[in-house]
Design a protein around this ligand. Structure first.
Ligand SMILES: Nc1ncnc2c1ncn2[C@@H]1O[C@H](COP(=O)(O)OP(=O)(O)OP(=O)(O)O)[C@@H](O)[C@H]1O
Ligand SMILES: [Mg+2]
Length: 649
C-alpha cells in the first residue's frame, strides 16, 4: 500500500536516509523504532507529503484516509471538546447542512424542482449522518474521552483551557473517532498514564485499519504491534515480530556477526601465515599470489556502528539547607473544586522522592506550585536555605525559544561555565560539531527534551523537580539519565509513569489521592505493594452487614498504617535535624567571628600594634580549629541521614 524505494535525504549535508526502502501493507500493525534523531518523525512527514526526499520513490495511496498524531504539542481552537470532535470528523458540517435544508424546505413548495433538489441534498446528508453515527456520536466520543482520562466536568471547557498533554489526548480521541484507514501515531503514550495506556491498547486491538506507531515504550509496542521497523544508520531494518522479538533477533544477529568476524579473522591469520611461510618458495609462487589477491579482495565483515556511549553527570550546585522544602496547609482549587486540600509535607536534603497518583490527581499542579510556577489557593511553600530549584515539565520542554539555534539557546543562560564546558555538556547530550548550530524548530522530540535537560544542568542547582522527564528519550538516553539521577547529590522530586525508572531512583513515595497526601517510606515497588494491600483489604465477599463491619475496621486499620507511615519519616528526620541545627548555628557564629578577625587584621591602624595582632592571630587560629571540629561533627550527623535513607530502602 505505502512504498518507499531507495530514499535519500540529507539536511545541511548530514545524511539522514541513505537508501531507505519500506513497504507497508493493509492491516499491518507496525512499531517504528530507532534512537532519537534517526528520522522516525521525518519518515511520517514523508508519508504525509510534508517533506519530499532528495531522491527515491514514494508511493502513498490517494484514496485512503490518514489519521496523524504529531509528537509536538499542538494548538487547538477555543471551542468545547465535543464541538471540536464534531468539526474534525465532519459531523458539524453535516449537521449544518441538515439544519439549513430543513429550514429551506419548510419555506419551499413541495412540488417545485427546488424542493426536490433540497430533498436530495437532505437525504445525502442524512446518509452521512448515519455513517458518522450522528445519533450516538456524543456517547461514543465520551466513551473514548473517558478512556483517555477525561471527566464529565471537562466537556464544558474550551480546548484551549487544557494543558499540552491533554490537548494531545483530545487530538488522539479525534483520530480514534474518525476511524481512518491508516493511523500514524508519533509517541502516543507520552501523555498517557498506565490506566489510559491499557485502555488505548484494548481499543487499538479492535481497530481494523493499518497502524504505524512510534514509541519507546516496550510494553505498549509489545501489546499492539506485530511488525517492527527499525531505522538504523539511514536504512530500515525489518523484523517480523513485536518489540521483544526485535530485541531478541537483534541480539542474535549481533552474535552471528561476531562469530563471522571471528571466523574471518582466523582465516586471514591462516592465509597470512601461509604467505609468510612460502613467500620465497618458487614451487608455491602461484598459490601465494592467489592468496595475496584473495586477501586484497576480501570484504571485511563489520559490526554496524552504534552511537557512541556517553555519560551524563549532573553538576550539583552549592549544598542546600537540611530542610529543602516545607509544604504547609497547601490547597488548590480550580473552578470551585479542590484538587487537593490542606496538604503538609517536607523534603530533606538529598532525598529522592516520587510523587505518585492517578491521572488528574494533581501531580503536575503540585510540581508547578512547589517550583513557583503557579500560586496555591491557600497555604504556603517554604523553601529552605540556599535551595536552587530546576523545574522540568512537558511544557518547559516546549519553552525553548524557537528563534534560536541550540548554541544561542545555551548562551541565553547566565552561567559561569566556559564555552568549552558548554560544548562538552552539549556533546554528552549528543549535540556535537555543527549540530549545535541547528535551529530549534527542526529538532526532533528527543533532541528538544535533551536540550531542555542541558539548560537545567547549566544552572548548577541542588533541587530537581521533574515532571515526566523521560518522555521522548530513547532507551539508551533513558538509562544514562537514570544513572545520572541516581548519582545526583541534590534533592529530587519526580513524577513519572515509568515504574522501572522510578524504582531505581527513589527511596520515598508521596501519593496524592482524593486531594490528600499519603506517605510511603520505601521505593516504588514498596508503594505499589502497600497500595495493593490496601485495595485487597477493601475487597472480599462476605454478607453485607458483616462486610460493612469488617470494612469499617479495615478502614481504621488502613488509616492507622497510613498515619504511621506518614509520621515515620518526619519524626526521624526531625530528631536528626534538631541535633544539626545548633551545630549549624554555632558554625555560622564562628564564621562571622572569623571574618571579623580577618578584616581587623587587614586594618592598617591595628597592623602597627603587634600585641593586638598577636591576640587576633591566636583567636583566629582557635576559631578555625573550632570550626573544623564542628564541621566534622556536622558531617557525621549528615552521614547518619544518608544512612537513614539507605536503611529505609
Ligand atoms: N528541516 C530540518 N533541517 C535540519 N535538520 C533537520 C530538519 N528536520 C529534521 N532534522 C534533523 O533530522 C534528524 C531526525 O529528526 P526526526 O524528528 O525525524 O527524529 P526522530 O527519529 O523522530 O527522533 P525522536 O525520537 O527524538 O523524536 C534530527 O537530528 C533533526 O534535528
Ligand atoms: Mg520524533
Amino acid at each position: 500500500m505505502i512504498q518507499f524505494q531507495d530514499i535519500y535525504l540529507s539536511f545541511n549535508g548530514k545524511t539522514l536516509f541513505n537508501g531507505l526502502s519500506l513497504s507497508i501493507n493493509e492491516k499491518n500493525r507496525i512499531g517504528l523504532v530507532g534512537n532519537n534523531g534517526t528520522g522516525k518523525t521525518t519518515l511520517f512527514h514523508i508519508i504525509l507529503g510534508k517533506i519530499t526526499p532528495d531522491r527515491g520513490l514514494v508511493e502513498v495511496p490517494k484514496n485512503k484516509t490518514i489519521g496523524y498524531l504529531p509528537q509536538d504539542l499542538v494548538e487547538l481552537e477555543p471551542i468545547n471538546i465535543i464541538d471540536f470532535l464534531k468539526n474534525v470528523t465532519g459531523l458539524k458540517t453535516v449537521e449544518a447542512t441538515l439544519k439549513s435544508c430543513e429550514h429551506k424546505m419548510a419555506l419551499t413548495d413541495p412540488q417545485s424542482d427546488q424542493y426536490q433538489n433540497l430533498l436530495k441534498k437532505y437525504e445525502e446528508a442524512s446518509h452521512l449522518f448515519s455513517v458518522l453515527d450522528g445519533y450516538s456520536f456524543e456517547a461514543k466520543s465520551k466513551k473514548i474521552l473517558h478512556g483517555l482520562g477525561f471527566e464529565e466536568k471537562d466537556y464544558d471547557k474550551l480546548c484551549t483551557e487544557f494543558s499540552g498533554g491533554w490537548k494531545m489526548k483530545i487530538l488522539l480521541a479525534s483520530i480514534l473517532l474518525s476511524n481512518p484507514d491508516i493511523m500514524l501515531l508519533d509517541e502516543p503514550t507520552n501523555h498517557l498514564d498506565t490506566e489510559n495506556m491499557e485502555w488505548l491498547e484494548k481499543y487499538l486491538e479492535d481497530y481494523p485499519g493499518t497502524l504505524v506507531t512510534i514509541s519507546h515504550d516496550r510494553r505498549f509496542l509489545d501489546k499492539i504491534t506485530q511488525l517492527t521497523f527499525e531505522i538504523f544508520n539511514g536504512k530500515l531494518n525489518f523484523y517480523h515480530g513485536n518489540y521483544s522479538f526485535y530485541l531478541k533477533e537483534k541480539d542474535q544477529k549481533r552474535l552471528l556477526i561476531e562469530k563471522e568476524i571471528e571466523t574471518q579473522r582466523k582465516k586471514i591469520e591462516k592465509t597470512e601465515a601461509f604467505i609468510e611461510r612460502f613467500r620465497y618458495k618458487a614451487t608455491k609462487a602461484t598459490q601465494v599470489q592467489s592468496r595475496i589477491k584473495m586477501l586484497e579482495r576480501l570484504d571485511l565483515v563489520e559490526m554496524e556502528k552504534e552511537a557512541k556511549p556517553v555519560s551524563i553527570h549532573f553538576p550539583s550546585g552549592e549544598r542546600s539547607g537540611l530542610e529543602v522544602l516545607k509544604v504547609e496547609h497547601l490547597s488548590k482549587q480550580y473552578d470551585g473544586r479542590f484538587i487537593f486540600e490542606n496538604i503538609n509535607f517536607s523534603l530533606y536534603r538529598g532525598e529522592k522522592v516520587a510523587l505518585a497518583g492517578v491521572n488528574g490527581a494533581g501531580k503536575s499542579t503540585l510540581t508547578r506550585i512547589i517550583s513557583g510556577h503557579e500560586a496555591p489557593t491557600s497555604g504556603q511553600v517554604i523553601r529552605g536555605d540556599k535551595v536552587k530549584i530546576a523545574f522540568f515539565s512537558q511544557e518547559s520542554a516546549q519553552n525553548l525559544n524557537y528563534a534560536h539555534t541550540i548554541w544561542e539557546e545555551v548562551n541565553s543562560i547566565r552561567t559561569k561555565m566556559l564555552d568549552i564546558e558548554k560544548r562538552n555538556l552539549l556533546g554528552a547530550f549528543l549535540f556535537s560539531g555543527d549540530d549545535i548550530y541547528k535551529p530549534i524548530p527542526v529538532l526532533s522530540g528527543g533532541e528538544k527534551a535533551r536540550l531542555t535537560l542541558v539548560k537545567i544542568l547549566m544552572n548548577e542547582t541542588n533541587f530537581l523537580i521533574l515532571d515526566e522527564p523521560t518522555n521522548h528519550l530513547d532507551m539508551s538516553t533513558n538509562e544514562l539519565f537514570q544513572r545520572a539521577l541516581m548519582e545526583y547529590k541534590g534533592t529530587i522530586f519526580i513524577v513519572s509513569h515509568d515504574r522501572y525508572f522510578l524504582d531505581n531512583i527513589v527511596e520515598r513515595v508521596i501519593e496524592i489521592r482524593d486531594g490528600k497526601i499519603y506517605e510511603y517510606p520505601g521505593n516504588y515497588s514498596y508503594y505499589n505493594e502497600k497500595r495493593e494491600q490496601r485495595q485487597a483489604l477493601f475487597s472480599g465477599d462476605s454478607d453485607q452487614s458483616e462486610k460493612e463491619k469488617t470494612t469499617q475496621s479495615k478502614k481504621r486499620e488502613i488509616r492507622r498504617i497510613e498515619a504511621e507511615a506518614r509520621n515515620f519519616l518526619s519524626r526521624k528526620k526531625r530528631e536528626i535535624q534538631n541535633r544539626l541545627l545548633p551545630i549549624e548555628d554555632a558554625i555560622s557564629k564562628l564564621e562571622k567571628k572569623k571574618s571579623e578577625n580577618e578584616s581587623l587584621l587587614c586594618d592598617p591602624s591595628i597592623l602597627t600594634d603587634s600585641d593586638q595582632v598577636q591576640t587576633l592571630m591566636k583567636e583566629l587560629k582557635e576559631t578555625n580549629e573550632k570550626i573544623t571540629i564542628l564541621m566534622q561533627k556536622w558531617e557525621t550527623i549528615a552521614e547518619e541521614i544518608d544512612q537513614l535513607n539507605t536503611k529505609e530502602e
